[in-house]
Design a protein around this ligand. Structure first.
Ligand SMILES: Nc1ncnc2c1ncn2[C@@H]1O[C@H](COP(=O)(O)OP(=O)(O)OP(=O)(O)O)[C@@H](O)[C@H]1O
Ligand SMILES: [Mg+2]
Length: 273
């Protein structure tokens, strides 16, 4: 049965989608079967994996309303061993739909349970809010990964998020764990970034991934090509960071690690083009 991991932080632009897309794609390249669910009406995970609004026929919103089946909306192999349930701006309507539903926090979890067995890992890319969609994601999840930017304001937001996670743990999903905080957009030239990393490590009792995602222009460019960083530029620092994050994630989950050298991945990505 696949492990469900929500990627959440109500603060916008901290690297949620970048982490979801690139960690999922890296795990796919490491021979895990992976699904990514785009739970954000901005649809950034979908477009970052090559599926823009105009060419999406069926999406998460249709599953929430019950109008379509999973087989109808699932896009297979958007990258090696990686499937996608996409979203577009239509998903804005889900906030209203869900509020009216019975068991409204469990709608996504019921959808995921139908396909859980098909995957090793299922990632949910959350929107920047702690509304009903994010509650559904946290209720469905076994764990949550929290990307946090290496800047001082990120500490404030983390407190609010921790309260929500505690609330979900006590009311909706006692099994929810914090998989880890991923420090993102690190710039070693900035003294502030170093200070924030040290402060976060001192204050938080939650696990923090050893792997830090550096600010890297290739990571910023990749989404416009519809490819994860490992397929866009395998030799970039960003690709190395996400491959290391995937190794660390697998190690933390006591999962088998098939170490691939860059050459092997290069040949796989070439085949994928
Ligand atoms: N390590 C990085 N280096 C360079 N650019 C990055 C990095 N991480 C993210 N970005 C860029 O920063 C922007 C915000 O990142 P991302 O979309 O992942 O954040 P988010 O938390 O998902 O945002 P939102 O809250 O709007 O969903 C994007 O344009 C992304 O390409
Ligand atoms: Mg996002």
């Amino acid at each position: 049965m696949g492990k469900v991991v929500a990627i959440a932080n109500q603060k916008g632009g901290v690297g949620k989608t970048t982490t979801a897309v690139n960690l999922a794609a890296a795990l796919g390249l490491l021979n895990k079967q992976v699904l990514i669910i785009d739970a954000d009406p901005q649809g950034n995970a979908s477009s970052g994996l090559g599926h823009k609004e105009g060419d999406i026929d069926g999406e998460l919103y249709d599953l929430i309303t019950g109008d379509r089946s999973i087989a109808d909306v699932l896009i297979k192999e958007v990258s090696t061993n990686l499937d996608l349930i996409p979203s577009t701006v239509e998903l804005v309507g889900a906030e209203i739909e869900l509020v009216q539903k019975e068991d409204r926090e469990f709608v996504l979890s019921k959808i995921i349970n139908q396909i859980r067995d098909n995957y090793d890992y299922i990632f949910i890319d959350c929107l920047p809010s702690l509304g009903i969609l994010t509650l559904n994601a946290l209720t469905s999840a076994d764990s949550v990964i929290v990307p946090a930017q290496c800047e001082i304001y990120s500490l404030e937001g983390l407190g609010k998020l921790k309260n929500t996670i505690s609330l979900v743990q006590s009311e909706l999903n006692a099994n929810l764990k914090v998989e880890g905080i991923v420090l993102s957009m690190y710039d070693k030239r900035l003294r502030m970034a170093n200070m924030v990393v040290e402060t976060i490590k001192e204050i938080l009792t939650d696990p923090i991934f050893e792997t830090i995602i550096h600010r890297n222009s290739k990571i910023g460019e990749a989404p416009s090509t519809g490819k994860p960083i490992l397929l866009y530029d395998i030799s970039s620092k960003g690709a190395t960071n996400f491959l290391n994050l995937a190794y660390e994630f697998l190690q933390n989950n006591d999962d088998e690690i098939e170490h691939l050298n860059v050459k092997t991945i290069k040949s796989k990505t070439a085949a994928n083009k």
